[in-house]
Design a protein around this ligand. Structure first.
Ligand SMILES: [Zn+2]
Ligand SMILES: [Zn+2]
Length: 299
């Protein structure tokens, strides 16, 4: 039985699944993932009834650590695109932080994202809004056989990571650190800290990341005439540590700096500048964009 993924017309009226995605779609719901995602959302809603400032501050700190350092600086700008260099223990630490978002292990995440860059908005893109906004946002992870633990398959796209035993281990057991953290949060701050620092923070991070796949391939300005539909979106950049400058990023994938104009707020870039000044990171790659492009915009 094929599940219905219908969302309201007209956005979906002309949805055409690419061959690969159609195949996943026809495999039906991935119940394991569906149940976890629903459970996380219920916990995030429950958090609203247990608010206290201490728990909220814990959530903000963990959001910075897990989505900021783990996903934006780690999985994305370091592990996928190798836009700067950092000592191996810190590289591992960033990956551990990335796993704490429940976005999957490093080999899965990096492989999926490299395939996205290879086939952006073309057949083979795992999450293009051309297959529907809902599909690009979350649908693509809710159907089909889970690739999260298929380390052997994903390693083909991330051989550089698959050489490290730590990454292979983390990819296979990517959810374990989150379970341990949940226990620690409960011991330190009881239910409020577990719900805010765990559930709410994870759900917020998931949607912030999913918006890069959905919204920044639909809404926003296009500075560069890339062959995909990528956009620059200020609001999404704000909640995703600068990842919302997605058209800049597709035009210059190996640039560690995504916000290219001074007003394009990019927290991860500011963090990297600080880490570079402290000599913690080196060989930071930055897109060489001619200033007339930006001056023309201002005119
Ligand atoms: Zn993209
Ligand atoms: Zn990328």
């Amino acid at each position: 039985m094929v599940p219905s993924l219908e969302t309201p017309a007209p956005a979906q009226a002309h949805r055409q699944f690419t061959e690969a995605n159609q195949q996943f779609y026809e495999q039906g719901w991935n119940w394991g993932t569906v149940v976890v995602i629903i459970f996380l959302h219920l916990g995030a809603i429950a958090a609203l009834f247990t608010f206290n400032w201490r728990a909220f501050a814990g959530a903000v700190f963990l959001y910075w650590m897990c989505t900021g350092l783990g996903i934006s600086l780690g999985y994305h700008r370091l592990h996928t695109h190798r836009s700067y260099k950092i000592a191996l223990p810190l590289e591992y630490f960033f990956a551990l932080c990335g796993a704490l978002t429940l976005e999957g292990g490093p080999i899965f995440w990096v492989a999926t994202h490299r395939i996205h860059h290879q086939n952006s908005d073309l057949p083979g893109d795992p999450h293009s809004p051309r297959d529907g906004a809902w599909w690009a946002h979350v649908g693509w992870i809710l159907v089909g056989e889970s690739k999260h633990n298929n380390t052997a398959l994903m390693a083909k796209y991330a051989p550089d990571l698959a050489r490290h035993r730590f990454y292979v281990w983390l990819n296979n057991w990517h959810w374990v650190p989150s379970v341990i953290l949940a226990g620690i949060l409960y011991l330190i701050g009881g239910l409020p800290l577990l719900l805010w620092g765990g559930f709410f923070r994870i759900v917020f991070g998931l949607h912030a990341t999913w918006l890069i796949n959905s919204a920044t391939h639909m809404w926003g300005a296009r500075r560069f005439d890339t062959r995909d539909d990528s956009r620059n979106n200020f609001l999404i950049a704000l909640v995703s540590f600068g990842e919302g400058w997605h058209n800049n990023h597709h035009a210059h994938p190996t640039s560690a700096r995504h916000g290219l104009a001074w007003w394009e707020f990019d927290i991860s870039w500011l963090t990297l500048k600080l880490l570079r000044a402290l000599r913690i990171v080196t060989k930071v790659q930055v897109a060489k964009v001619k200033s007339p492009i930006l001056e023309k915009e201002a005119a």
